[in-house]
Design a protein around this ligand. Structure first.
Ligand SMILES: [Zn+2]
Length: 361
């Protein structure tokens, strides 16, 4: 599963994708920028439309080494002049040449919405999916109470059905047990259905949070996920540890978190990510941009390593024995247990016989 690192146009440091950067992470294969930020920063938008996203990020010489994903920034456009904005988005896609880009401005339902509002989002999003069925735009569906209907609607449209990619939004808000969210067991059943109904599609999940949701997305058979959690956590003084939750290494005054215990400090001391290898614990605890860059690089390194850990264990069949020790104390443990059971049970032969091995990396 490909981990796509969400970037921010407001601060492109640490340049983890850039071979020339001290924070370069060679196992990072894709990054994501949001169109919402380009919309707010006119000069940057103009510049990128002139030279393209790859050159802007310093990737022009090896365009295939790191893929550039574009998020449509749907949240920014909730009350805007939609048709004009869609045209601006199309122009941007054409000139900036991202490797991956969704339809413009899907209507994102929240778990709290009433059924009528969720249906309005569904209708709106499916309309846009159909308007953009003819080219490289990735259709979007949402993990709402209407996910099963999304699946049927995509299946009913040959062009959408034949598109290579499909993106899934709203998975994490629904996993977080927000009011009116779909029950976990219902949600899992329909998420598993997305994979089984579209066995050949490249499925992308928008906005996974941290380590546990990474495991869930992989067990669901998703092909790629994006996350900005590595930066958000770093900005709050938090670092991630393999397999477990966040720990606070720098008190920035506006956030409280669990401090690392002795064993966890020792793990951090041994970390070989580019930030820890160069600056050690002192680097993680630094303030300002330096501290942020160190913590962010460390966090992304942990996320990428976790994805590799998962792939290896799934490929060797040892995941069911190994995950419980790896993932300490997550609220998602029952869900992961259920997904492991589904993946490694007798059903496995059935789910892999329709042309796609869910266990292949
Ligand atoms: Zn580190």
């Amino acid at each position: 599963m490909l981990v796509v690192a969400g970037l921010s146009l407001r601060n492109l440091h640490p340049r983890v994708w850039d071979e020339k950067s001290p924070y370069y992470l060679p196992n990072l294969k894709a990054v994501m920028l949001s169109y919402g930020e380009f919309h707010q920063m006119a000069a940057r938008r103009k510049q990128v439309m002139k030279i393209g996203l790859h050159e802007y990020l310093g990737l022009s010489k090896r365009p295939k080494s790191v893929r550039v994903y574009l998020d449509n920034g749907a949240f920014h456009f909730l009350r805007q002049n939609e048709e004009t904005e869609r045209k601006h988005y199309r122009d941007f896609v054409k000139k900036a040449k991202p490797d991956w880009y969704p339809i413009p401005f899907d209507s994102i339902p929240t778990p709290q919405m009433c059924n009528d509002d969720q249906r309005a989002c569904f209708k709106r999003t499916m309309d846009i999916n159909r308007w953009y069925e003819h080219d490289g735009y990735i259709p979007v569906i949402h993990a709402s109470r209407l996910l099963a209907e999304y699946i049927q609607s995509v299946k009913a449209n040959t062009k959408l059905l034949n598109k290579r990619g499909l993106a899934l939004g709203g998975m994490v808000p629904n996993l977080l047990r927000m009011p009116k969210a779909v029950s976990h067991s219902d949600l899992l059943a329909v998420l598993e259905q997305v994979r089984s109904e579209f066995p050949h599609k490249e499925l992308h999940v928008f906005g996974i949070g941290g380590t546990a949701t990474l495991h869930i997305a992989r067990l669901l058979g998703m092909d790629s996920v994006d996350s900005s959690g590595w930066r958000n956590r770093a900005a709050r003084g938090l670092v991630q540890l393999p397999g477990c939750g966040d720990r606070m290494v720098k008190n920035l005054g506006n956030w409280r978190g669990r401090l690392p215990n002795e064993e966890e400090w020792a793990i951090l001391r041994r970390c070989q990510c580019p930030a820890c290898a160069q600056f050690g614990l002192k680097g993680l605890k630094s303030k300002g941009l330096l501290g942020f860059c160190n913590r962010a690089t460390h966090n992304l390194h942990i996320l990428l390593s976790e994805a590799e850990w998962i792939e290896k264990r799934i490929a060797s069949g040892t995941y069911p024995r190994a995950y419980a020790q790896r993932l300490d104390n997550t609220v998602y443990r029952p869900l992961i247990k259920k997904l492991v059971k589904d993946m490694f049970s007798a059903d496995r032969s059935r789910s892999t016989s329709n042309g796609r091995s869910r266990n292949a990396p």
